[in-house]
Design a protein around this ligand. Structure first.
Ligand code: ZN
Ligand code: ZN
Length: 345
């Protein structure tokens, strides 16, 4: 089969490799699509090295169809549409025991250390099959839509941390795929107004299309004025930072109302050191939260939201590349072309 193997920074080798053989407790998935994300870009650039294996097939946002199920495996018929939650948690560590498998200390991620979705086939390891990481889709939608359950699941996890209440005014900083998911989730959760800020007019147009009440170009408009206008000068109930620029953290703190919630959803570049006016948190009683990866439950929620059409994904997949052009696909994603890039074998 064809596969895209990470050989080290800057080196993605697309070539023939052995089709994986599965054990009696494993499932072989014929990949229908693998969507590319910022993490793949950072891995390939050598910016993300922790938890990344060498000579591994990249790709952690994948969906496809069951090609073969091991003889001990139940519940996966050949041909069934499936989507994979790529984080394989140990289910035994301190965090797993407390419902925080997303931050499992022994986590292994398909596409980082276990061969992933930038290939024609992917072997789902026994522990992932057993833990239910491989979800059977209720609708056989194009795989590139189902694959988006992974990034959406991370946003669902974030939403659990920052919460949106009925009639909230929410500010989403960033209108890449992640920002657009937070926008849609906030609306689903009952937000009255969602303000989206982004430099790119193309992305702001996407945000408006997906229901943003207001979009702001922070390079030419005063975001705090727009926020004041829509909140009677109080500030937003929730601000979600979806751009990994540390200086935005203090901006977000300053734009939230007293008692508001600020979620640092993005991972921040480099060491991620941000200078913040700590008294904003203190006097305004702000609640600051983070978000890391996703739990199986979040993944299932995300998958159902996509299948039922409550989260719009069709328009978000703007680019499709064949597997032979996986490197070009990652480069296109790095250039922030369109919204989401899919590799379709
Ligand atoms: Zn991702
Ligand atoms: Zn664990």
């Amino acid at each position: 089969m064809l596969g895209a193997v990470f050989r080290g920074p800057g080196r993605l080798e697309v070539g023939e490799m052995e089709t994986p053989e599965i054990g009696p407790d494993e499932v072989l998935v014929k990949v229908g699509a693998n969507t590319v994300c910022g993490t793949d870009v950072r891995i390939l650039r050598g910016e993300k090295t922790r938890g990344i294996g060498r000579d591994v097939v990249l790709g952690h946002e994948l969906a496809g169809h069951v090609a073969e199920a091991g003889r001990n495996v139940r519940g996966y018929e050949v041909g069934a549409p499936v989507a994979l939650a790529p984080a394989i948690s140990c289910l035994r560590c301190f965090y797993c025991r407390r419902g925080m498998e997303n931050v499992c200390v022994n986590k292994r991620i398909v596409g980082n250390v276990v061969d992933g979705g930038l290939a024609e086939y992917v072997r789902v390891p026994a522990e992932a099959v057993q833990a239910g990481n491989l979800f059977v889709a209720e609708r056989d939608l194009p795989s590139e839509y189902l694959a988006l359950a992974e990034p959406l699941a991370c946003c669902v996890r974030g939403l659990e941390n920052y919460r949106v209440e009925l009639d909230d005014v929410v500010l989403v900083m960033g209108a890449g795929p992640i920002g657009l998911f937070h926008l849609q989730l906030a609306l689903l959760a009952g937000a009255r107004t969602v303000i989206v800020s982004n430099r790119s007019e193309e992305r702001r147009a996407f945000a408006r299309e997906l229901g943003a009440s207001v979009t702001v170009d922070p390079t030419s408009e005063d975001l705090s004025e727009v926020v004041a206008e829509h909140t009677h000068g109080l500030g937003v109930d929730v601000a979600v930072v979806c751009i990994g620029v540390a200086s935005l953290v203090n901006d977000a703190l300053g734009l939230a109302r007293k008692g508001g919630r600020v979620n640092l959803f993005a991972g921040f570049a480099g060491e991620g050191v941000a200078e913040v006016e700590a008294n904003l948190i203190h006097y305004n009683e702000l609640v600051v939260s983070g978000a890391s990866d996703t739990r199986r439950a979040d993944y299932e929620t995300a998958l159902r939201l996509i299948e039922s059409g409550r989260i719009e994904v069709e328009s978000m997949v703007t680019h499709r590349f064949p597997l032979g052009e996986a490197a070009e696909a990652i480069e296109a994603s790095a250039r922030r072309e369109g919204i989401k890039v899919a590799v379709v074998p």
